[in-house]
Design a protein around this ligand. Sequence first.
Ligand code: AP5
Ligand code: MG
Length: 243
Amino acid sequence: MKITRFLIGFARSLVFLFRRPIYVTLMGGPGAGKGTVAQTLAPELGLAHLSTGALMRREVEKKTPLGQSIEKIMKAGKLVPDEIVFKLLEQELERPANWRGAILDGFPRTRAQAEWLTALFGKWHTRLTVAVQLEVPEADIIERLSGRRVCSNTSCGTTYHVTFNPPKTEGVCDKCQSALMQRADDKPEVVLARLVEYRAAQAPILAYYGEVGGLWSIHTTNKNTPAQVLANVKSAVLASSKR
Ligand code: AP5
Ligand code: MG
């Protein structure tokens, strides 16, 4: 077991030596557009799209005792404990298929998570390329989340909006033709709880990236199309990957 881990680590170091990975953290409040940007940008740049929210929803779907406890936390709009998030995310980052790099959608959400990521990349002799923060006014967030529709097939999970980003056929996913649905945590009372949680946790993370560097904030409203926001994030990633 130890020798296998050593060999995997050695192989990863060799790969990173020849091709520096791109790691992006995509942060912002509920409905800030993290998933919308990542679902297009990740395949464009050949990166993995790792949404910690989607990892949690996949765990909930398994209906294991762990999934049941995560479900309760998500329904209350609270943050899942760090140890659970770390374990599930590290498993994904460790997959050789994801060694090219990844867009971390919705991670970190606490200063401890940001520090954990820096330590993990340090251990792997690499670093975060850029921390992108999407800032959106709360009124726009409410409008976005009330009209959001997501693909019910969790291995697809494509996000739409009834007005801002509609599917070609109403109620049907363009990519896999599964039915679209509303997320359980998009109920107005849960959205408010998620906003409270976000407001409390975000300032220390921004302060952390202010100290260590690499923070890129992008201000958007519902007047900016998803394509415009995508172009801004892409510029931030490409400019930072040359540093
Ligand atoms: P998660 O699934 O990550 O939810 P979230 O952070 O609340 O963010 P959302 O997915 O709601 O929004 P988004 O920014 O992806 O916006 P989207 O692109 O969909 O996490 C869910 C839960 O899991 C958390 O509450 C927590 O319990 C747990 N969790 C997750 N990560 C965790 C972590 N690291 N630690 C602890 N717990 C964790 O866009 C929203 C809508 O707007 C869509 O309809 C879209 O089409 C539309 N839209 C997008 N861009 C635009 C635009 N430019 N103009 C107009 N509309 C737009
Ligand atoms: Mg999302």
